[in-house]
Design a protein around this ligand. Sequence first.
Ligand code: LMR
Length: 333
Amino acid sequence: MKLFAGGVLALAVSLGQAQAQTTPIVIKFSHVVAADAPKGKMADKFKQLAEERTKGRVKIEIYPNSTLYKDKEELEALQLGAVQMLAPSLAKFGPLGVKEFEVFDLPYIFPDEAAFHRVADGPIGAGLMAKLEPKGIKGLGFIDNGFHAMSGNRPMKKPSDFKGMKMRIQSSKVLDAQMRALGAIPQTMTASEVYQSLQTGVVDGTEGVPSGLYTQKLNEVSKYMTLSDHGHLAYAVIANKKFWEGLPPDVRTTLEGAMKDAIDFGNAAAKKDNVDAVTAIRATGKTEITVLTPAQKEEWRQVLLPVHKEVEGRIGKDLIEQVYKTTGFGRAK
Ligand code: LMR
């Protein structure tokens, strides 16, 4: 009898071991954009590389387009461990209590993409990611999705054109101040509701990068678009910290490498897709696209730069100064 029990135990142990070797670690990765938007492409690339390089020890499940969670819910879900990875836009970290991230929402803060990368991929970005750790979040890297355009049901050539327009924004006090500076009425709204809100006139317009506007089909419900480059859209790829730190070290290192390559892929896709989206939207013949001249852009800047000063109490004057120094950007007069 003893012998028999011992045999069963040995069998159970070896079955358990075999199972441990064959049951993959599942990572749920949720996001709020289309699978063919740059962030969606980045996520799919990460899945492919991570599964290949861990030889099946890790399985990545991607949930695009808010199918699993919307903006605010997804961050709560990550903290609770219901999903393991996300890539929210940086505007989404203010409501989480890390207001310093709002520096990325300041209008005309980055003269070009290289300036954004100097900030995000240098000590400032690392310092901001560290502020997520007490919230149970591990930052894995930044993705650059390019510059914001305005999209809406009225021509938006000069700041005064925004007077009284209801403009959808992400939940960010800086974006709120930005829209007010233009004379618009900001309306905070989750990404998945924007199409319908534009269609039904709940809002008159929105800001977004061309690839985002196009992949969400927002151009179908906006007659006008202005390439104003007034804001910059970027994401942080993040993981549940406890989960990430509990991964076998070799798996974690492999995933970090896969993420680095997926981010490079996503950044390249964003650059190309923003150009292609403008071409595609123009080709529909249904949206009138305005490209601001340097003089027009200067007029927008003068109206929007005071926002930097207005919100410096939230973000921190020192942090804004550090960003100016890193980008070589001039202070608002
Ligand atoms: C938005 O809410 O407009 C964007 O942040 C969506 C996204 O993730 O690109």
